[in-house]
Design a protein around this ligand. Structure first.
Ligand code: NDP
Length: 315
């Protein structure tokens, strides 16, 4: 029988490319967890994923109710979950004002971090039951976690501060809409959410790896300059960014290649180590990368976990 992998945001970009790469092996059934059912169906068909190798289940990460409904619907399929990939993300670099999720949290942190935190917490018990050699939980990180790159140091830099905005509810009313308590900055909110993603996987590793045997990892697949992530950016940026990445930073990677990299972290026995942040060198070989000081701060990871639990309604 095929192994089962859930990928959030598999309706475009990296998630779709990874779904295709996994489904093509014939060994995986991909559950596409997407907010737009029709778009996901069309996307799967347009890249030629065979019908028997995928299922679309609705999931809007910007609503806790929707995340919980997704988990119930997945459980009802009766499938054994082997791997969860937290991939979906939104990015609002030009917004002057914050937008908010169903529960009233700033939308990029709510979608990219809190929705995934809840999803991962709810599905861990399923992954625990999977076969030893398969079970993994993966989150797509970002270069903002790399202290050893130029791109990781472009302002506005990620900074969670003492997490006072998040602890206050991130609602822009009686608390800031930014994790560190500062003024809204859409580009920074995205980077902050990605640091949260990487901290979350480290905390999962610390709390659950020994106990459960599940592998927890994050990755930076390279700069995929043509995905929908940049759809909200100004046109000039969208025109110049791909060649800039191709010829200047040389961090550019095609959607197809990035999808293969993510699929490797899902299924390659060589990438089965837990607690790792994977990256790839110019020859496309994977290596264990180092995270920035903030993205590897154990005290922040613990605080973030505790606050996120509260906001998600645990405890
Ligand atoms: P895309 O915009 O192409 O894909 C993002 C996906 O997330 C889409 O499928 C989108 O759905 C989905 N999504 C957005 N909001 C929600 C929501 N509320 N609920 C469910 N799904 C949602 O971008 P990428 O493929 O580039 O991004 C994928 C991941 O890669 C992200 O985690 C991003 O941070 C990361 N990344 C990207 C890099 C790049 O250079 N592009 C570099 C490093 C990391 P819909 O189709 O409905 O909009």
């Amino acid at each position: 029988t095929k192994s089962t992998c859930i990928i959030t945001g598999a309706s475009s970009g990296l998630g779709l490319a990874a779904a295709k790469a996994l489904a093509e092996t014939g060994e995986w059934h991909v559950i596409m967890a997407c907010r737009d059912f029709l778009k996901a169906e069309r996307a799967a068909r347009s890249v030629g994923i065979p019908k028997e190798n995928y299922t679309v289940i609705h999931c809007d990460l910007a609503s806790f109710d929707s995340v919980r409904a997704f988990v119930d619907n997945f459980k009802r399929t009766g499938r054994q979950l082997d791997v969860l990939v937290c991939n979906a993300a939104v990015y609002f670099p030009t917004d002057k004002e914050p937008k908010f999720s169903a529960e009233g949290f700033e939308l990029s942190v709510a979608t990219n971090h809190l929705g995934h935190f809840l999803l991962a917490r709810l599905l861990l018990e399923d992954i625990e039951k999977a076969e030893d050699s398969l079970r993994r939980m993966i989150i797509v990180g970002s270069i903002t976690g790399n202290s050893n790159t130029v791109a990781g140091n472009v302002p506005p830099k990620a900074n969670l501060g003492d997490l006072r905005g998040l602890a206050g509810g991130l609602n822009g009313v009686n608390a800031s809409s930014m994790i560190d308590g500062g003024d809204f900055d859409g580009a920074k909110a995205y980077k902050d959410s990605k640091v949260c993603n990487m901290l979350t996987m480290q905390e999962f590793h610390k709390r659950y790896h020994e106990k459960t045997g599940v592998t927890f990892a994050s990755l930076y697949p390279g700069c995929i300059a043509e995905t929908g992530l940049f759809r909200n950016h100004v046109q000039l940026f969208r025109t110049l960014f791909p060649p800039f990445q191709k010829y200047i930073t040389k961090g550019y990677v095609s959607e197809e290649e990035a999808g293969k990299r993510l699929a490797q972290v899902v299924s390659d026995p060589k990438l089965g180590k837990s607690g790792v942040y994977w990256s790839w060198n110019k020859e496309s070989n994977s290596f264990e990368n180092e995270l920035s000081e903030e993205a590897s701060n154990p005290e922040k990871a613990r605080r973030l976990w505790e606050i996120s639990e509260k906001l998600c309604g645990f405890a």
